[in-house]
Design a protein around this ligand. Structure first.
Ligand SMILES: Nc1nc2c(ncn2[C@@H]2O[C@H](COP(=O)(O)OP(=O)(O)OP(=O)(O)O)[C@@H](O)[C@H]2O)c(=O)[nH]1
Length: 665
């Protein structure tokens, strides 16, 4: 059994027993009880106290606060998972909805309370929830179900022994009897009501007895136990007078009148009805006044005062029609039809009965319709809410899918960007590497070039000539060329004097100027090399003696034709050359290579210097066997010339070439 706080439970019992009707006082009393509770207070007790508070708020018409409180109770109960607490929390909601007139919503919630109720342990909770559910079922004319719950509530009450036990038992007895009468179970109604009256008398708990007597009389009348019914009505009047229940007393008086009317004792009927009329008027109970007047009218009809009686009855009928009390109108129509019959007005009787039937049909249809539309509305709204919930979830899922897709495309986009950047970076790196490579190559080739160039004049150097000659060897080996090339060695005359007179820098300028002049003479295949300080060497590809001679002439002219302007001073420069063809005089280069041939050119140059400078000396032919001449290469050429072993031609520089023929044999 779930734990409860005995002290608070007793206070709540006392609160109920007091039966205070002032809503503010009720709320204050509950608040002071609730103030004693904290998180340690057992949930079942907290749910009970808070439920009373919710009902108390509803009683004050503060529905928002009441339902808000109920939500809190439901949360608390569901969290606790205690069936008693959950059943009571739902019952509380049902009671609030019912109180607010939302009968269909209340009805639909019954199952929520019924489910935990099966496992509920606390008798108080079982009594309260079963009893409440029975009332809901009874409202929906589901009397069987209502009865089942009332019996279960009775069972629960039997397990309790406190100040409210007897009261609750009696209340349940009355409710059961009422349901039995609704079901037309007249004998059961009689049994239940009789037993309850006896029990009430034994326990001195009489509060339900007037109603029980009334109900008993009703059942007895239905079974035509008129004497017993009279007796019961008499008790109903007496007990209600004792307890001061004027409403019950009035009904009992009226029912007495009805009963005598039915029995044909109009005098007695009138007597009771007049008593009832007086009382109803005193109580300002207009409906009752009209009902009694109707009955009195009926008696008049029965006693042959038909006109007065019928008029009174029709007036009352109109009153109820105006008030729209359709149930009462239906009853009255039945009785007025009887009156018409008594008066022989059968057409009117038929009309009244027809009207009654129509009203009944309409009422039943309207009720059904209302219930159905209420349920339909509720179902629709729940269905819609469910569909909305589903759509929401679906949308959430779609949204998530879209977000994931977005994220994926962002990721792919980023990957793409990264890849593109990586490719661009690689390309840039590749291009940079290539550029660096090219630059390196350029630098290398520049370096290589520089290593082949003379730094002052920019002309080729000795190493470059060596390369050219190596390439020449390869070329000749491949083509077995018969072509002859030319070598021309050139030395500036008295260059020392220029240096001495104008300074070394001016000497450099002379060297640079001459280099530029000579370079202009060269073809692509020629090589102009700075051979030494003021010495230059030409290599001419594919020339013969005659063209070499012309070149030598032009070289001398190029140097000496125009003086060189050095810082405003015109410097006259001349040079001496020695030239020769390669191979020399058909001697195989394996015997007389280019360097040894160049020695001959150098000897020729030396000879030119010796003969007065500004001239070119060319060794043009060999007249003896090479082996005979070979030794001469180590010495000077004069002997070879003298011996006429070789031919040498000489030109003077500008001023016209003077051909000096070396004597020959
Ligand atoms: N300004 C300058 N002078 C140089 C360079 N290389 C060599 N010389 C000079 O050239 C001169 C060559 O002098 P020599 O060998 O006596 O011959 P020369 O004065 O030209 O007389 P011949 O050749 O007999 O006509 C030397 O004084 C060297 O110092 C150079 O690069 N710049």
């Amino acid at each position: 059994m779930p734990a409860v706080d005995q002290s608070i439970e007793q206070q709540l019992d006392a609160y109920l027993n007091k039966g205070e009707t002032d809503p503010d006082k009720n709320l204050a009393a509950l608040n002071s009880i609730i103030a004693q509770m904290d998180a340690q207070t057992p949930v079942s007790t907290r749910v009970r106290a808070l439920s009373y508070k919710a009902l108390s708020l509803a009683y004050k018409q503060d529905w928002d606060a009441a339902f808000e409180m109920n939500e809190r109770i439901l949360r608390l109960a569901k969290q606790s998972e205690i069936p008693d607490a959950i059943a009571e929390a739902y019952a509380n909601k049902i009671e609030l909805l019912q109180g607010q007139g939302k009968a269909a919503e209340a009805y639909l919630l019954v199952a929520n309370a019924e489910l935990p109720l099966k496992d509920a342990k606390l008798p108080r909770v079982r009594y309260y929830v079963h009893n409440l559910i029975s009332r809901i079922y009874a409202n929906w004319n589901k009397y069987e179900e209502a009865l089942t719950h009332l019996l279960a509530a009775q069972q629960a009450v039997a397990e309790t022994h406190n100040s409210r036990t007897i009261l609750r038992r009696q209340y349940l007895n009355l409710s059961i009897a009422q349901i039995q009468s609704e079901l037309g179970q007249w004998q059961k109604t009689i049994d239940t009501a009789s037993a309850a009256i006896k029990f009430g008398q034994q326990q001195n708990e009489l509060s339900s007895n007037p109603d029980l007597w009334l109900l008993l009389a009703y059942a007895q009348t239905s079974l035509e136990q008129f004497e017993q019914a009279k007796d019961s009505l008499q008790h109903a009047i007496e007990t209600s007078r004792q307890l001061n229940y004027p409403g019950v007393e009035l009904t009992a008086l009226n029912n007495f009148g009805d009963l005598y009317l039915r029995l044909g004792d109009y005098a007695k009927a009138k007597s009771y009805l007049n008593q009832a009329l007086e009382m109803a008027q005193k109580n300002d109970d207009e409906v009752m006044v009209q009902t009694i007047k109707f009955n009195l009218g009926f008696i008049d009809v029965k006693q042959n005062r038909s006109k007065i009686g019928l008029t009174a009855m029709e007036e009352v009928l109109q009153y109820f029609k105006d008030k729209d009390y359709s149930l009462d109108v239906e009853d009255l129509l039945g009785e007025i039809a009887e009156a018409y019959a008594l008066m022989g007005q059968y057409q009117k009787q038929a009309d009244a009965l027809m009207q009654r039937m129509k009203m009944r049909e309409e009422r039943i249809n309207a009720e059904q319709q209302q219930n159905i539309s209420q349920l339909q509305k509720l179902y629709d709204s729940k269905d819609k809410a469910q569909q909305i919930e589903l759509l929401k979830k679906e949308n959430e899922l779609k949204q998530r899918a879209i977000e994931i897709n977005k994220q994926q495309s962002v990721i792919w986009g980023l990957v793409g960007v990264v890849v593109v950047f990586a490719i661009i970076l690689l390309l840039l790196m590749y291009r940079a590497a290539r550029r660096a490579n090219i630059k390196l190559k350029e630098a290398n080739s520049q370096l290589a070039n520089q290593s082949l160039r003379d730094p002052l004049t920019g002309l080729w150097n000795r190493r470059a000539l060596q390369q050219t000659m190596d390439q020449r060897d390869q070329r000749d080996a491949q083509t077995k060329s018969q072509a002859t090339d030319g070598l021309l060695l050139l030395d500036i005359d008295f260059f020392k004097r220029i240096n001495d007179r104008l300074g070394h820098n001016s000497g450099d300028k002379v060297l640079i100027e001459l280099s530029q002049r000579l370079e202009k003479m060269c073809r692509h295949s020629d090589r102009l090399v700075r051979w030494g300080g003021e010495e230059f060497l030409f290599y001419f590809e594919g020339v013969d003696n005659s063209s070499l001679r012309h070149i030598a002439q032009r070289v001398l002219e190029t140097i000496a034709a125009d003086p060189i302007d050095i810082d405003g001073e015109r410097v006259h420069v001349s040079a001496t050359c020695g030239y020769i063809l390669l191979p020399f005089a058909g001697v195989d280069e394996s015997k007389l290579d280019w360097e040894r041939v160049l020695q001959l050119a150098d000897m020729a140059l030396y000879s030119g210097k010796a003969h007065g400078r500004n001239r070119a000396c060319g060794i043009t032919d060999l007249h003896v066997e090479f082996s005979q001449f070979e030794d001469q290469l180590k010495g000077d050429l004069s002997k070879a010339i003298d011996e006429n072993w070789i031919s040498m031609e000489i030109f003077e520089g500008p001023g016209g070439p003077t051909k000096v023929e070396v004597p020959s044999h």
